[in-house]
Design a protein around this ligand. Structure first.
Ligand code: MN
Length: 251
């Protein structure tokens, strides 16, 4: 099995090392193509207004000065010669990609791009608590057996998988739950206004860091209860239930 790994936290991220270990436990043929710098929140963006540079770091390891989507695209169309990868793994992201996070996530987008190019892909994220060390061993221990089962079973061509590992030590994980993408009551994002040395305002987009009461069956609910969350995502965003109402409205 040929595996491509990428991420949105960048080529130097600890989560990429963790993902490399996961991938190497599954295959000897592992390729790494990751962004030069952190791209969290890059979503499915492409770099179109400047050229892209590829830096070879070592055998089968490259950095691209672009987005996670650029990395997947570059890897699958240019860098990896010969056989196309059988699997793309993206992550392991430093922090959750649950509910609406999915729409901002560069980690998930790298997997989306692979899916669009016909390669099965899995996005993986390690949930964390702010101010505490990231429990990387949870993802590292629980990912390989789960990925083996998923690869054996397979999944549809236009679908990608989103896995979140709970913020508990590996030994405390209760199991794996197949979940739906959740929805937060309130946006998790807040605008943090500050003042610079000359008195001018500037802003940081920050996180509310509050945990609401998640709906049962959702990704948020699973990780809150100590389960690994496994969600199947599709790229087609059409809301079919609304179609009939729209047809009626424009009559
Ligand atoms: Mn990230």
């Amino acid at each position: 099995m040929r595996i491509l790994i990428t991420n949105d936290d960048g080529i130097h991220a600890p989560g990429l090392k963790v993902l490399e270990a996961i991938a190497r436990s599954l295959s000897k043929d592992v390729w790494i193509v990751a962004p030069e710098t952190e791209q969290s929140g890059a979503s499915h963006s492409l770099t179109l207004s400047r050229p892209l540079r590829v830096r070879k770091i070592s055998t089968r390891k490259y950095a691209v000065d672009g987005t996670p989507t650029d990395c997947t695209l570059m890897a699958l169309t240019e860098i990896i010669k010969g056989a196309k990868p059988d699997l793309v793994l993206s992550g392991v992201n430093r922090g959750a990609n649950l509910a609406e996070d999915v729409t901002y996530s560069g980690t998930v987008a790298a997997a989306m791009e692979a899916t669009l190019l016909g390669v099965p892909a899995i996005a993986m994220s390690q949930v964390l608590s702010f101010g505490h060390p990231v429990k990387w061993a949870t993802a590292e221990n629980h990912a390989p057996p789960l990925i083996r089962k998923l690869v054996k079973a397979g999944w549809p061509r236009n679908v990608l998988l989103n896995i979140n590992f709970p913020d508990v030590i590996a030994e405390s994980v209760k199991g794996v739950r197949v979940t739906t993408q959740g929805q937060r009551d309130l946006s998790d994002l807040v605008m943090d206004k500050r003042v610079d040395a000359r008195g001018f305002p500037y802003y940081w987009i920050g996180f509310r860091r509050e945990i609401g009461l998640p709906e049962p069956g959702t990704d948020m609910d699973a990780v809150a209860k100590g389960y690994v969350s496994l969600t199947a995502l599709q790229l087609n965003l059409t809301d079919e239930p609304t179609m009939a109402a729209l047809k009626k409205a424009i009559r």
